[in-house]
Design a protein around this ligand. Sequence first.
Ligand code: GLY
Ligand code: MN
Ligand code: MN
Length: 440
Amino acid sequence: MDHKRQIYRNRRVALLKHMRATTGGGLALIPTAPEVARNRDSHFPYRHDSYFYYVSGFPEPEAVVALVAAEDGDRHLLFCREKNPEREVWDGFRYGPDAAREVFGFDAAHPLGEMDSVLADLCCDRPALYTPLGLLPAWDRKVTDLINEVRGRARTGVAPPEHIVDVRQSLDAMRLVKDAHEQALMRRAALISSGAHRRAMATTRPGWFEYQVEAELAHEFLRSGAQAVAYPSIVAGGPNACVLHYRDNSRQLQDGELLLIDAGCEYQGYASDITRTFPVNGRFSAPQKDVYELVLAAQAACIAAIQPGGEFHDYHRAAERVLAQGFIDLGLCPGTLDEVLESGSYKQFYMHRAGHWLGMDVHDAGLYQTRGESIRLSPGMVLTVEPGAYIRPADNVPEAFWNIGVRIEDDLLVTVSGSENLTQATPRTVAAVEEACRRD
Ligand code: GLY
Ligand code: MN
Ligand code: MN
């Protein structure tokens, strides 16, 4: 069996093992995402469901993975669209069950039209049904119909599953630790996105519009083999840098402003997530540099706090301490460090967490704490490190700092000895950023 096919099959085997260990086996049903109409005959670009893709590698819409952990052995099934030469003329290739079974390593594959009758039989007398709950209303409806169908057969001596479990909880724990295949894809996604940020630094000029910089990013993503953006690119000049999820990308960039870009591509189903902030004219002013150096120091403290065995929340605490002290030193927050941390006055300028899990989704699957206890980091986890400072005009703020917004965001893989910065090819120090912005 080829390597890639084996990867997805291994993940299904791990899920089946987990099902046996927790409920004595059962049936897992994992649907992919529906296509979504934009208007009339146009659809939004199709993106598979991450959980489905994680256990299948199958890229088409209208498909469901069914896994059976039973006394007489495990079975891996796929339901998908049939071959359809006429539709394939209009919309392109589809595998069809026979090829899909072979290519993606399933024991059997069936046309989607057979799913309801096959599933009702598969669902009888299982200890548990594992499926996403509350994700897709149409799927929730199908699951209840399925259970009612089995219930309706009670007089033939069969029973519906005793437990209904949200399969996402089981898969979240698996997705949190990236295997070697995932790490390689994330390295590639990160490298492509680094190139896009370098291109933005090299090309941006005063007078450009934010959307023109967005076009440079998109150009670099697609020409490098990425399939899409992992999230809409934030290209935020001047005051827009202080809007955390700015989306318009419509402002004309002025000489003397900073430009904050939060942009990352998706490569073969995996996200990257990078923020860089640079001067539109290529040179930081003194107050811009002061704020930039502070955020950089906070990021360095965060990265040092990422250690296997440590708590996820440790690096957020590190960011808060460095930024709060920096705001005091810049005259932005009155009081001692303890007072500023205690009162939370630093949140006027830093109001988000220091990062999140990264993987197939930009805000990836996985808990951050359970029953009040922080998750502990372990090798293979990937997280972003993204402290920032956002200084809006206000009476208590010296005018020299108005509208300075800085975020520096990298993607870190936890290793046995600390971390690997997947996005290290993106200029980060003041000197490296100014060099990347050089105008000759
Ligand atoms: N790009 C979204 C985030 O940084 O969380
Ligand atoms: Mn992020
Ligand atoms: Mn980001």
